[in-house]
Design a protein around this ligand. Structure first.
Ligand SMILES: Cc1cc2nc3c(=O)[nH]c(=O)nc-3n(C[C@H](O)[C@H](O)[C@H](O)COP(=O)(O)OP(=O)(O)OC[C@H]3O[C@@H](n4cnc5c(N)ncnc54)[C@H](O)[C@@H]3O)c2cc1C
Length: 341
C-alpha cells in the first residue's frame, strides 16, 4: 500500500507464504494469456469455437438458440456466458436492478521492456498487487502479469468527472485524459502513465443480485449471472468456479445417478453457486471505497479484531472452499419444488 502523493510504502500484506498456507501458487494473469489457455484447453477437448455468431433469442423449454444470421441450434443445455450486458438474461425474464457506480475506471498496460527502456520505475520485480489510495473513490491498482513482462493498472476516479459516452474494449483513451484525473498522484506513476498503452475506460454499474440464474435448459454463468465491481479482482475467478460447478454436476459421478435431468442439474447449480458468488459480488461493492474490505487487507494486522472481521470476505474463505464437499451436502438436502423456474 503506497502513499497517494509520494508513493512511499505505508503498509505491506505479505503473501510470500501463500503456497505453504493454502497449497496453491499465486498467479496474476494477463487477460489475453488466460483466454489463450482456456481456448487451448477447450480445443484439446474437441470443442469447436465459433466466433462472430451472436445469439439473439432462446427457447429455454426446448433448448433452442437462434443467432443473428437466422440460424438456430437445438441442444440439451445452454450455458449463457454472454457477459455483463447479457441478452440471454433478459430473455429468461430477469430485469436487472442497477445503479450507476460512484466511480469510473481506466485500465491500461505497459510492457516492462518499455519501462526499462525509458528508465521508469520498475514495479514488476515486486510480484504483488500494489495500491495507491483506496479509502474513498480514488484508487490506483498495479499488478504485474505475464511473468513480469506486463504491468497493468486499474485507475478509479469519481464517475461525476467522466463526461464521455464511449467506453469498453472498443474505445481507446489517451494518457493525457488519464493523467488529468490525478494531478496530485505519486510522480513516478504519473510519469509511467504518460507512456502506457491500451487505455480503456469502464463505466462501472452496481447490479443487485438477481432473483434466479437458471430457467429451463438455460444457465447464466459469469458476469451474465453475477456482474461485480472489480475491487476484489474476483469476477473471472467466480466465472471459472461456475464452470467447474457445471462440470461437477454433469460429471459421471452425479449425472444419471443423483442428477436425472438437465433442469434438475441446473437448479442444483444455482443452489451451489449463487450464495458464494453473491457474497463475493456484495463484498466487491463494499471494497469499492474501502480497501479494508478487500481480501487480504480485510484480515491484515490491526484490522483483524472480531468486529472488523465480521462478515468480511477473506482469502481463507476464498481459498479453503471445497466445492466437492459443498455439493455432496447439497444433494443430500431437499430441493424445494417451488425453486424450479
Ligand atoms: C476494469 C476491470 C478489471 C477487472 N479485473 C479483474 C481481475 O483482476 N480479476 C478477475 O477475476 N476479474 C476481473 N474483472 C472481471 C472480469 O473481467 C469479468 O468478471 C470476466 O471477464 C467475466 O467473464 P465472462 O465470460 O462472464 O464475460 P465476458 O468476459 O464479458 O465475456 C462475454 C462474452 O460473450 C460474448 N457475447 C456477448 N453477447 C453475446 C451474444 N448475444 N451472443 C454471443 N456471444 C455474446 C462477448 O463478445 C464476450 O466474448 C475485471 C473487470 C473490469 C471491468
Amino acid at each position: 500500500m503506497h502513499n497517494w502523493s509520494d508513493g512511499k510504502i505505508i503498509d505491506v500484506y505479505d503473501l510470500s507464504d501463500y503456497k505453504d498456507k493454502w497449497g496453491y501458487d499465486y498467479h496474476m494473469f494477463h487477460r489475453i494469456d488466460l483466454h489463450e489457455q482456456l481456448q487451448l484447453k477447450a480445443k484439446s477437448l474437441g470443442v469447436t469455437i465459433v466466433v462472430d455468431h451472436k445469439a439473439v433469442d432462446v427457447d429455454f423449454v426446448h433448448g433452442i438458440v437462434t443467432f443473428d444470421d437466422g440460424t438456430s441450434t437445438r441442444v440439451d443445455l445452454i450455458v449463457a456466458a454472454d457477459g455483463v450486458r447479457s441478452c440471454m438474461r433478459d430473455l429468461i425474464g430477469i430485469v436487472p436492478q442497477t445503479k450507476q457506480c460512484t466511480s469510473t475506471c481506466y485500465r491500461c498496460i505497459i510492457p516492462t521492456s518499455r519501462v526499462k527502456q525509458l528508465g521508469l520505475k520498475d514495479f514488476a520485480p515486486n510480484k504483488g498487487i500494489e495500491f495507491w489510495g483506496g479509502f474513498g473513490i480514488n484508487k490506483i491498482v498495479l499488478t504485474s502479469c505475464s511473468d513480469g513482462e506486463i504491468v497493468a493498472f486499474y485507475c478509479f476516479y469519481p464517475a461525476e468527472h467522466n463526461d464521455r459516452s464511449e467506453e469498453g474494449w472498443n474505445f481507446s483513451a489517451t494518457s493525457s485524459m488519464l493523467c488529468a484525473h490525478y494531478p496530485d498522484l505519486d510522480p513516478d506513476l504519473l510519469t509511467i502513465f504518460q507512456h502506457v498503452e491500451d487505455i480503456k475506460l469502464w463505466k462501472l454499474v452496481v447490479h443487485e443480485p438477481y432473483p434466479y440464474w437458471v430457467k429451463g435448459r438455460v444457465a447464466l454463468l459469469g458476469d451474465a449471472a453475477h456482474p461485480m465491481l472489480p475491487d476484489q479482482s474476483q469476477g473471472s475467478c467466480m466465472a471459472i468456479e461456475d464452470a467447474a460447478a457445471l462440470a461437477l454436476i454433469f460429471s459421471p459421478e452425479y449425472w444419471g445417478k443423483t442428477v436425472h435431468t438437465v433442469e434438475h442439474g441446473l437448479q442444483l447449480y444455482e443452489q451451489l453457486r449463487k450464495p458464494r458468488a453473491t457474497r463475493v459480488q456484495e463484498a466487491s461493492a463494499r471494497a469499492r471505497e474501502n480497501l479494508n474490505e478487500r481480501i487480504g487487507w480485510s484480515t491484515k494486522r490491526g484490522n483483524d479484531n472480531l468486529e472488523n472481521k465480521m462478515g468480511k470476505l477473506t482469502i481463507d474463505e476464498i481459498n479453503t472452499y471445497d466445492m466437492n464437499e459443498h455439493f455432496k451436502t447439497l444433494v443430500n438436502t431437499h430441493l424445494p419444488a417451488n425453486s424450479i423456474h
